[in-house]
Design a protein around this ligand. Structure first.
Ligand code: TXA
Ligand code: MG
Length: 314
């Protein structure tokens, strides 16, 4: 079983961080908190270390990983083409929940990028993640710390439940502030493309880089992970258009479905996102179906709608 160590987010204990960094340097896996979701980290520069991530998660080798970096200098060192858009985006949003896809350098092993010629880079905005990156002095490849196709973890207990028997160390930094995964953008070309919607929305990215490339948005070839069944609960997730539609669905499922009334759009998208996965983790498997009212089709709800829609697809 994994050793679980609590780390104070405001003041990460240096000896705990040193222990975690030592494991990363030794080619082992460490789960750690970020501002979005918990990550399952390994030395991004070592093929064998990264291979352990795929094994632990049961992740298909065709789905590339995000490489976490401590700053833009380390980020720029992993790409052959640190584009002007990348520089502007990193300046505006790093550290933060934005992942930037760029041409990879030879330093990045093929296993990280699933054989592709681009690498996804992100500098996380979390004191524990940054302390770990600085202590190990390596870039850390880290997908969300859940088994493949499971719900992403926003609490250490979610990681323990899905990977506790497969990894040596889990850093427990408490609940993740944002609660849904980073926005992934392709910044290899002249115009930036959004590959996965996330906390930083299209309007904010456009404000930095100018008009986005929206042709073939969410194209499968560019972001392989978007093709996988993803973020999915064991119970079937049903999306209702409004409260009365939810009641109708509940009646149809005659006692075998539960309306998740904790997820309501009367709260802000921030609060909704921060609670979404924790509530799904709590209810998952207890009912045949879970019913959620889909938030309005407005830009601030876009990433949440994306995750719900994907969790609901079978
Ligand atoms: O917030 C996050 O992004 C979290 C935390 C841990 O940083 N990580 C995360 O990783 O969500 P993961 O592996 O669950 O999702 C990474 C997404 C996948 O959809 C993957 O296909 C895409 O990023 N991706 C990775 N490398 C890529 C690349 N070179 N080109 C296009 N998409 C890429
Ligand atoms: Mg994931």
């Amino acid at each position: 079983m994994a050793k679980v160590v609590q780390v104070d987010e405001r003041d990460p204990d240096a000896s705990v961080i040193a222990e975690a960094a030592e494991l990363i340097r030794a080619g082992e896996l460490v789960a750690f908190p970020t501002e979005t979701v918990y990550g399952l980290g390994a030395n991004a520069l070592e093929h064998d270390a990264v291979a352990k991530i795929f094994t632990a998660k049961g992740r298909p080798a065709t789905n590339p990983l995000i490489v976490h970096v401590c700053d833009f200098v380390q980020g720029a060192s992993l790409t052959d083409d640190w584009t002007e858009n990348a520089a502007m985006l990193a300046e505006a949003f790093w550290p933060g929940p934005l992942t930037i896809v760029l041409k990879k350098s030879d330093m990045v092993p093929d296993i990280v990028t699933a054989g592709g010629d681009t690498v996804a880079l992100r500098c996380p905005d979390h004191p524990v993640a940054l302390a770990l990156l600085n202590a190990c002095e390596l870039p850390i490849a880290a997908p969300s710390a859940n088994r493949s196709t499971g719900i992403s973890p926003t609490r250490a207990e979610h990681v323990i439940k899905s990977l506790g028997d497969r990894i040596p160390l889990i850093l427990d930094g408490g609940p993740c502030r944002i609660g849904i995964e980073s926005t992934v953008v392709d910044a290899t070309g002249d115009a930036v493309r959004i590959l996965r919607p996330g906390w930083i929305d299209a309007a904010r990215i456009e404000a930095v880089t100018g008009p986005l490339d929206t042709a073939g948005l969410l194209g499968a070839a560019r972001s392989p992970g978007l093709m996988e069944k993803h973020y999915s609960p064991q119970s079937r997730l049903l999306l209702a258009v409004d409260e009365s539609d939810a009641q109708r669905l509940a009646a149809e499922w005659a006692g075998r479905a539960r309306i998740i009334s904790e997820l309501t759009t009367s709260v802000s998208p921030e609060v909704y996102a921060a609670n979404l996965y924790a509530i799904l983790h709590e209810c998952d498997g207890l009912h045949d179906a879970l019913i959620v009212v889909l938030p309005p089709d407005r830009v601030e709800w876009h990433a949440i709608r994306d995750r719900l829609t994907r969790a609901a697809s079978d």
